[in-house]
Design a protein. Structure first.
Ligand code: GTP
Ligand code: MG
Length: 263
């Protein structure tokens, strides 16, 4: 029996990216049961573009939020996790910095028994897509701070990105607090899980549209880490496994082989 995958995509003014993203996800997830949940806070024409996309592509759903008490990236992702009906849930940015093709090996990792799959730019076969020095420094500092503050992040090579997949059940009973930008940090600290698989991936430049990251985000991250130091669960018996690119290919072949083209 196939497991269903729901990909949650938070969107803020991503009109130029969502159709391309949905198309690339469809290609990546051929013969896999999946849907995409766009949770949108845009103030441009993205909702109209999403409406049109959802009418055309039966895998897509969207929820546009307006006048809700809290908007923002974290509440969007958590709301998406609550609405989505997959056995496995994934979180992915809309701007194609996370290549959709990675969803297939992530799904294979989940079928192989992982509770969570965390792609990494920083292990053999991965790449940060040539980030400039400032971006590298900011992202390295965020990782270092996270690992210093929270033991649950220490064995994970790339714990601060917005790209991950997990079994829906790990959310049961976990109190996720929607502040800040780093939802995976929240999940790693607050949920219970045993096996994490890391697979390499290549990060890309934003496809179109603008970055929404701001100075406020840094302050919220520090607040989130302080908060999780007291709220976070203990994770004594977690196993983190790293797959090489070759092993990843074999696991796709074993768990979710791509359809061979027939004449
Ligand atoms: N629903 C919702 N989504 C948001 C919000 N802010 C950002 N996003 C989405 O969250 C994802 C990550 O935001 P980005 O601006 O790409 O942040 P980033 O990747 O850290 O920064 P860049 O590397 O500059 O792109 C994108 O899909 C955004 O559209 C928000 O307030 N609400
Ligand atoms: Mg981005």
């Amino acid at each position: 029996m196939g497991k269903k995958l729901s990909v949650v995509v938070p969107t803020f003014n991503e009109a130029g990216n969502v159709a391309e993203l949905a198309g690339q996800i469809a290609k990546a997830l051929q013969n896999i049961d999946y849907n995409i949940w766009f949770i949108d806070d845009s103030d441009d024409n993205t909702p109209e573009v999403l409406k049109e996309l959802c009418e055309k592509d039966p895998h897509c759903r969207y929820h546009h939020r307006e006048g809700e008490a809290q908007t923002g990236l974290a509440t969007a992702v958590i709301e998406g996790f609550e609405m989505a009906d997959g056995d496995f849930l994934a979180c992915m940015d809309a701007d194609l910095q996370h290549p959709p093709a990675i969803l297939r090996p992530m799904y294979a990792a989940m079928l192989s028994g992982a509770d969570m799959c965390i792609p990494s730019r920083l292990i053999k076969g991965g790449s940060d897509g040539g980030l400039n020095f400032v971006r590298k420094f900011v992202s390295g500092t965020a990782r270092w701070m996270g690992k210093a503050a929270l033991s649950s992040l220490r064995n994970i090579s790339d714990p601060t990105s917005g790209l991950f997949m997990f079994r829906k059940e790990i959310l049961e009973g976990a109190e996720l607090d929607p502040i800040g930008w780093k939802i995976m940090v929240e999940v790693l600290a607050m949920c219970q899980y045993r096996l994490i698989v890391e697979i390499p991936y290549e990060f890309h430049d934003r496809n179109s549209g603008e970055s929404k990251i701001s100075r406020k985000v840094t302050l919220q991250y520090i607040e989130q880490l302080k908060n999780l130091r007291t709220r976070g669960k203990r994770h004594d018996s977690v196993i983190v496994t790293r797959w090489s690119p070759e092993f990843t290919k074999n696991m796709i072949e074993k768990y979710c082989p791509e359809e061979k083209e027939t004449e």
